[in-house]
Design a protein around this ligand. Structure first.
Ligand SMILES: *Cc1c(COP(=O)(O)O)cnc(C)c1O
Length: 338
């Protein structure tokens, strides 16, 4: 066992650049991007904007920085965003928009599938009353913990709140997983949104970076905010080259990650005491509490790394997980329960 490669199922962020991606770095033409002179960054920004059907794009150092930049662009201090209580901006970004932007986050309980309803969102919009923050933005997410959100429903939500003067942002860290699963273009999915964030370093396999797209004037504001946040990078073309490579090579293949998640879920679906569900590139298992740590250690002894979440553990497929790796994982999980 010891000479076998490690299978890391904690997240799709753990991928390493492929040989082709390293070659793209070597081939990149670079310049000073703060002066707007990095050709590769400029090409990535144009390409991403086209892919998402928006006027302009901005390359940022991380998806968290891109969400934060968008929230700062849409909301002033004392203004409020509505979002789901399990959405990443609320749960996993260190409260950045509140800490740095004085923005109030109003988390709304999401339903089983990670969604919010139109009445729920409309009810949460505050009246113009000096006691209350001004509700400015609705922030949605797709996928939500791997769950694909219905684009028609997102459109309905966007139209309902836009009629009340709100802006609508999509945290599409895994937007391309949704697009592939729905067999739709990303542009179709994000058409109702004023701003969209898409991560390059999750399933798409780039080492660093995220794209923020929207109108020309929104991106102009976002570019200044990125600078304020210390995110103006210089010869960033070596990173943008990876992003371009990822957009060209690694979108269509996401379907394989989804197939492998299904393969894993089906392989362990008949184990008593182990509820399993899967969506897109994620499988969730819910071992009994007493089994959580022993299962993790058992898998670790087979060079299989899983997360430490409770009570449900997330297993994520990605570029560096092949079908043989899934077979090994299925066998190892079965050997624990035998
Ligand atoms: C991972 C993730 C982010 C942030 O990505 P970082 O690379 O950690 O900055 C934002 N939104 C969602 C939905 C994510 O899954």
């Amino acid at each position: 066992m010891s000479e076998e490669a490690t299978i890391d199922l904690r997240s799709d962020t753990v991928t390493r650049p492929s040989a082709g991606m390293y070659q793209a770095i070597l081939d990149a033409t670079v310049g000073d991007d703060v002066y707007g002179e990095d050709e590769t960054v400029n090409r990535l920004e144009t390409t991403a904007a086209q892919l998402l059907g928006k006027e302009a794009g901005l390359f940022l150092s991380s998806a968290t920085q891109a969400n934060l930049t968008a929230m700062l662009a849409h909301n002033a201090r004392g203004e409020e965003i509505l979002l789901g209580d399990q959405y990443h901006i609320y749960t996993d970004e260190a409260g950045g928009c509140s800490a740095l932007g004085g923005i109030v986050m109003h988390p709304l309980p999401t339903d089983e599938s990670g969604g919010l309803s139109v009445p729920q969102v409309l009810d949460a919009i505050k009246e113009d009353d000096p006691h209350q923050p001004i509700t400015r933005t609705l922030a949605l997410e797709n996928t939500v913990s791997g769950q694909v959100q219905d684009p028609e429903h997102h459109r309905a939500l966007a139209e309902a709140v836009r009629a009340q003067g709100l802006k609508v942002h999509l945290d599409g860290a895994r937007l391309m997983n949704a697009a592939v699963a729905l067999n739709m273009t990303a542009a179709q999915i994000v058409a109702p949104f004023d701003s969209v964030m898409m991560c390059l370093s999750k399933g798409l396999g780039a080492p660093v970076g995220a794209m923020l797209c929207g109108s020309t004037s929104f991106i102009k504001t976002a570019r200044r905010l990125r600078k304020q946040l210390g995110g103006g990078m210089r010869q960033a073309g070596i990173l943008a080259a990876c992003g371009l490579y990822a957009l060209e090579q690694n979108i269509a293949r996401l379907v394989f990650d989804h197939d492998r998640a299904r393969q894993l879920a089906e392989g362990i679906s008949n184990i008593a005491g182990l509820p399993v569900r899967h969506q897109t590139n994620m499988v969730f298992i819910e071992p009994e509490a007493k089994d959580l740590e022993p299962l993790r250690l058992h898998l670790e002894s087979h060079q299989i790394v899983i997360g430490r979440q409770k009570p449900r553990i997330r297993l994520v497929t990605h570029l560096d997980i092949d079908s043989a790796g899934i077979d090994r994982t299925v066998t190892a999980i079965h050997s624990f329960y035998r």
